[in-house]
Design a protein around this ligand. Structure first.
Ligand code: CP
Length: 323
């Protein structure tokens, strides 16, 4: 595997889940695979889980790890070609990428959406610059439009906790005071469409996700109706994806105070099938989800985060096997 951005990059999902299960039983089974190989993790944005779990995964496989926080100690990077570089950005990505790749064998990238230019974000411009100019396998640690390591961990968690062969899984929008990217809901939708689940997406009108990720999912604008009989509730905020309202791409459409009834609480969970609560974290309590629900025995947020180590170990193992 030379690039990890979308669910298709992993091939057969059942096989990938079996591999995840095998690695979870013995996460050091392939500790020789990465000997004398170096994994570089490049962060253009903050992280807790991705930073720690991906480092741990690389170490499970015996790799050396270098972490670069671009905005903390490195030169500020220009990403646009053709720009007269008279701002505070001292180095261009087009030199920085081949320099970085000269020190490593695999590169992970975290580079969020700017939420200003939909075409630029949805073309995954920064990610593809790394693919083109590094000569190294590149994997996404949340890019402008996707977060596949998270979605893979989410799927592993659902597999581990499901009580029936084909559970009902609901992705619900929830209110938030700041505009957030669509990467997590995009990937969650993309991966659920490939999984053996009944998948429903619920959000207020105007927040329609890009059709390439929605696929065949049922879209229900009534949150309570969507929650009925659900086995898993996956909450996340996202800003306007600009599908039905291109001019509002990346915006919060209405003051979040108007949408606090969408905060996931006991009222909504009561109509589920004793549903499990999921969120990728970090989460704003009593905005996305109430204290009561996130602290309940049905909350999976901690095992879900722990599975980030497993999803990253599978992905890095696959990449190492392709070197
Ligand atoms: N879920 C997730 O990616 O967390 P971080 O942003 O802390 O890495």
């Amino acid at each position: 595997m030379k690039s990890f951005l979308n669910v298709k990059d992993l091939g057969d999902l059942k096989q990938a889940l079996d591999e995840a299960s095998e690695i979870k039983k013995d996460r050091y089974k392939y500790c020789e695979l990465g000997k004398n190989k170096t994994c570089l993790l490049v962060f253009f944005n903050n992280s807790l889980r991705t930073r720690l779990s991906t480092q741990k995964a690389a170490q499970n496989l015996g790799m050396n790890v270098i972490v670069l926080d671009v905005n903390a100690g490195a030169w500020k990077l220009e990403t646009e070609r053709g720009v007269v570089m008279d701002s505070d950005k001292s180095e261009h990505l087009l030199e920085a990428i081949p320099v970085m790749s000269s020190y490593c064998d695999i590169i992970g990238i975290r580079s969020f959406a700017g939420l200003k230019d939909r075409d630029y974000d949805y073309a995954e411009t920064v990610y593809h610059q790394f693919v083109k100019h590094s000569g190294r396998p590149i994997f996404a640690m949340e890019t402008a439009t996707v977060h596949p390591l998270q979605a893979f961990a989410d799927l592993i968690t659902i597999e581990e906790h499901k009580q029936k062969a084909r559970p009902k899984v609901v992705l619900t929008w929830a209110p938030h005071p700041k505009a957030l990217p669509q990467a997590v809901p995009n990937s969650f939708a993309e991966w659920m469409n490939e999984a053996d689940v009944d998948f429903v997406i619920t959000h207020p009108e105007g927040y329609e996700l890009d059709p390439q990720f929605v696929g065949n999912a049922q879209v229900e604008y009534d949150q309570m109706k969507a929650f009925e009989g659900a086995d898993f509730i996956y909450a996340k905020n996202w800003s306007c994806p600009g599908v039905t309202r291109p001019e509002q791409y990346g915006e919060i459409l209405e003051d979040y105070h108007k949408w606090l009834s969408w905060t996931v609480g006991a009222r909504q969970m009561a109509v589920t099938n004793n549903g499990k609560f999921m969120h990728c974290l970090p989460v704003r309590r009593n905005m996305i989800v109430t204290d009561e629900v996130i602290e309940s025995p049905n909350s999976l947020v901690i095992p879900e985060a722990a599975n980030r180590e497993i999803s990253a170990t599978v992905v890095l193992k696959r990449i190492l096997e392709s070197l």
